[in-house]
Design a protein around this ligand. Sequence first.
Ligand SMILES: [Zn+2]
Length: 671
Amino acid sequence: MKTLEPGAARALTGTPDEFLRGCRADMATARTEADRFAAMKDAPRAESLRAFDDAFAALGDAAARASLTRNVHPDAKVREAAETCEQEVDALSTELSLDRRLYDALAAVKLDGADPVDRWFVEKSLRDFRRAGVDKDDATRAKVKALREELVKIGQEFGRNIREDVRRAPFTPDELAGVPQDWLRARPAGADGKVQVSTDNVDYVPVVTYAKREATREAMWRLYRVRAPGNVEVLSRMLQKRAELARLLGYPSWAAYVTEDKMIGSADAAAAFIERVTQASERRMRTDAEQMLAAKRKEAPAAAEIFPWDGAYLQERVKAERHGFESQAVRPYFEYSRVKQGVLDVTGKLFGVTWRRVADAPVWHPDVEAYDVLDASDPRLNSKLLGRIYLDMHPRDGKYKHYAQFTLANGTGGRRLPEGALVCNFPRPGKEPALLEHSEVKTFFHEFGHLLHHVLGGGTRWAAHAGVSTEWDFVEAPSQLLEEWTWDPAVLATFAKHYQTGEPIPADLVRRMKAADETGKGFQVRQQMFYAALSLELHRRDPAGLDSTALAETLMERYTPFHRVPGTFFHASFGHLEGYSAIYYTYMWSLVIAKDLFSEFEKAGLMDPRVAGRYRAAVLEKGGSAPAEQLVTDFLGRPHGFEAWTRWIEKDDVGGSPGPGSGTAAAGAQR
Ligand SMILES: [Zn+2]
């Protein structure tokens, strides 16, 4: 067998023309393999499925590389080339998905004696063809194709408007009182005595969380929610085109279409799930709101209500009062470089891999670090190379604004190594140490969970099943599961050491942090349900005459303790409406499963390599080669249930020592 070499990032190191040529070469491979597959007569199953899989793998890799490139490349010209590539790849992908020859050839593949992996591959691919509209008449297929191409462009426009609209507001240092000192030192005031605060998360989050002055928080909160104003109209076009496409394909709404092939199965089930979570968190949310108002009255006795710009700030106040915990107290223990090493060490030990830095690997920006992933789980494997990861961790202009794992290459067992990138916006170590919040540490583990899934699941028989190619509403389970390790005193003590003294984070501080985290859980869950309901309802209703701003305001009042704030339009910069469309509920759905998966680790001990090994084999390495519910059932020995999640949401912040199963839902903008 030939040795597999990583290095897919080389495609991001050339000129815009070279990038496009590479992209078109992959497209040519896809066409050749697709034609070869369509022309095969009575070839052995393995051979014909290989051609079919190779065609879509070439296309999938080109699409993934283009998506990463348009989000991270420092050269705007290369980003433009990537957008062009993405449009062309998507057009070809639509064309192939509507190609009757391929559908008929796949339907003719004989499944006698096939194992469940091949069966699932064929059945699911046939369903994907039908969902694409392959069995519709020529005129309908032409309309589907045109709509899909238009939607790619609209989606890019939506994302670009958000990326390119960074706003800044000036404040005097006094107006920023309460914000961490190191943050202020890193942003000296200009000649006018003002600090320019941007709407990037590295600025926005600390200011709305810590600024004591309400007017400062309010100004930033509003500024953040007037970004990308043009997107209100772009969104309206996007919703109309999506609804039109869904109706052409025989579905009542885009929400119905997009939920059909998920674990949840239907838009009604998604709505029922959101309602169930909403009911289950009602009591907690009311308590949280009362506690926040009480905290506000200590500073402003006449206060009659809490506002959305008070949310993060007042939660901090409540945590401090009830648990003697200030989020900033843990920051000295979470210096960025130590956290990074901690993530590598903890996951390496747990899942039996080693990370080897490749200093001379081709990368797209000097910030980016590459690591080869070696299998250390079995000495007989002699540190087999499993794939490569890239860490692009700090903000820069023109770069993606959130936190996400991107695929660079999909793995296939014995044929291609998986490569993936983390694209994040953590503060950059410099003159000031980059001290993270615990929520950022959690985000790091979360995104790394996706990356592990991608790499460890990169050895499947078919590229179509690689890594995170599982049901979309299962994808957040492995990542939210990994967040749990950030709440364990013993795990944290291994890497969370004071940046000046080297002292490990005290266990008592971690316990107080954990108890404080129970505070505000109802409020956070409801915030998530607001996003979930907004994403679902925008795609469930008739888009004709739909006022998305009014809907967002109504839903905010329904799910959160806040009243509407006229003049703001949060949804215009809610980037997930592009990628997730109707299915933002997936975070909470996956969390329900993650809580259940974690119960196995809790029983055995967090660093137990047997449970982790079993989980790696039963869930991560399987990727999408079986339905997710089956993988979960294989690991748990039963289907997943709500019990572990219900215990978590009902657990109070007083009485009893919080067990290790009580991490919070991933809030905020990460994927
Ligand atoms: Zn995620």
